[in-house]
Ligand binder design. Structure first.
Ligand SMILES: [Zn+2]
Length: 210
């Protein structure tokens, strides 16, 4: 999949509107040639923001420019201005190896970004996660992305989701990974996996073995 930077993202259905960045390909080549090169600080901010992979069901892709790298899934950046940018996992490779320069909107946004405040995006993901009539893929992505908010409401929803048998069957590993982040940040003192669904325990184990 290839997008011109900042185009509306429509690769997969997603419960929130997003813009595409870093979806490079043969049609537009390595975009961003007119932008300033990435500074070391900007590179570091991008790495820190790229902490959680979503939509790993996208499948594996080779780099169109060197063929040497494979990526699967995408990063989603929730910026304080309300925008969400979706980038392929390979965005870091494109920047480091091929001189890709992400658009100013993302770079400035990441500079300003701290912990996102609870907002309409969090509310929407919260509602999707807890709604049993929602699309299972939406609920899975909500379980991944709610971990962007270090907020008790996100934790409560994920804890509830961990005990939803159908959802845990489908997305328990992602729920577990998200729960583990709240321990890392101190919002949850300890996570006792006893009694939790096997998939949730697997996700918690994966997160803590990193
Ligand atoms: Zn490459």
């Amino acid at each position: 999949m290839e997008y011109f930077d900042l185009s509306p993202y429509d690769y997969l259905d997603f419960p929130l509107p997003m813009r595409a960045v870093g979806w490079l390909g043969p049609r537009y080549g390595v975009q961003g040639a007119g932008a300033a090169p990435m500074t070391g600080a900007e590179m570091e901010r991008l790495r820190v923001a790229s902490w959680r992979i979503g939509s790993v069901t996208l499948g594996w892709h080779d780099c169109d420019f060197c063929g040497a790298f494979e990526g699967n899934g995408e990063y989603r950046y929730y910026l304080p201005d309300g925008e969400i940018y979706a980038a392929p996992m390979m965005i870091l490779h494109y920047v480091e190896e091929h001189g890709y320069r992400p658009p100013r909107e993302l770079r400035d946004g990441l500079r300003a970004a701290g912990q996102p405040r609870w907002d309409w995006r969090a509310e929407r993901l919260h509602t999707v996660l807890l709604d049993q009539s929602e699309d299972p893929d939406f609920r899975c992505q909500a379980a991944v992305d709610l971990a962007n908010w270090n907020d008790p409401r996100a934790l409560d929803a994920l804890w509830h989701a961990a005990h939803d048998e159908d959802l845990a069957d489908a997305a328990g590993d992602e729920i577990g990974r998200s729960l583990a982040t709240f321990v890392d940040r101190g919002l949850m003192r300890d996570l006792l996996p006893e009694g939790l669904h096997d998939m949730v325990r697997y996700g918690i184990g994966e997160a803590s073995s990193r």
